[in-house]
Design a protein around this ligand. Structure first.
Ligand code: SAH
Length: 244
């Protein structure tokens, strides 16, 4: 029977792709994913069969992968970043129960959080929480509770899906919850198009972030009470002492 690799391509699907991801793609006959991501790898692997579905068709896309594998093919299901972080890996395992003959293998990738962190400096040096602001599959009340919990415990917070057309004010709301526990001067940052053309990073305060509009191709970082702006880089101290 066939096999499905669930592959994280890294944030830009080019320079941050791991060697393991590249090898799994080479071994695959069929590559499935959003056109945006398959478009980025098509040049490098021109001889593969490419299949894709529109956004939000995750279940259909996974069925497609399983059906191809049932035909005995080796399939690559590609996601941006890491496939196990707001990606397709979990859904494929859940669906895989209906396809016991199909072997699944997850190939890890650099997720947006650490891709963007490297651009900003070193914001994730201490404990951090990753929270998605998308309420398509998660009730907003739960998201709100998690943001408050993370802010209360002084985690560095990394926000995925910080905005969309229908959710223009979600980042503002998230900042308001965090402001209940953290200072308006808390050092924050955001990076748009990590690893892609037009990569763009900003460092600002929490009160400035509250009134900033970002899009869905952006990852947002809210520092903890120790995070500093060190010569234009966002740095969360680990706690090492610097001797004079
Ligand atoms: N599996 C992906 C996350 C998918 S959720 C990963 O591990 O990175 C989609 C969200 O991820 C986006 O809304 C954005 O917040 C973040 N993201 C993914 N790729 C990005 C990129 N290249 N630049 C900035 N943010 C990105």
């Amino acid at each position: 029977m066939g096999k499905v690799y669930v592959i994280g391509l890294g944030p830009g699907a080019e320079k941050e792709m791991t060697y393991q991801a590249s090898t799994a793609l080479e071994k695959s006959e069929v590559i499935i994913g959003y056109t945006v991501y398959t478009g980025l790898i098509r040049e490098r692997f021109p001889d593969k069969k490419y299949l894709s579905t529109p956004m939000r068709q995750e279940v259909v896309r996974c069925e497609m992968a399983m059906d191809e594998a049932m035909k005995g093919r080796t399939v690559a299901m590609v996601c941006s970043g890491d496939a196990g972080i707001y990606g397709m890996a979990g859904l494929l395992y859940e669906m895989g129960q209906g396809y016991p003959e199909v072997e699944l293998e997850v190939v890890p990738g650099i997720t947006a959080a650490n891709g963007g962190a490297a651009v900003l400096g070193a914001p994730l040096m201490h404990d951090f929480a990753v929270i998605s602001l998308s309420d398509l599959l998660t009730p907003w009340e739960k998201i709100e509770k998690r943001i408050r919990g993370a802010a209360m415990a002084d985690f560095v917070i990394c926000l995925y899906n910080p905005s969309s057309r229908k959710r223009a004010d979600y980042l503002k709301k998230a900042c308001e919850y965090i402001l209940e526990y953290q200072s308006p001067d808390t050092v924050c940052g955001y990076v748009r198009n990590i690893g892609r053309e037009g990569e763009d990073a900003h460092i600002l305060t929490l009160s400035e972030l509250k009134d900033t509009e970002v899009d869905m191709f952006t990852t947002v970082y809210i520092g903890n009470s120790q995070t500093r702006n060190v010569d234009g880089k966002m740095v969360t101290p680990r706690g090492y002492r610097l001797e004079e």
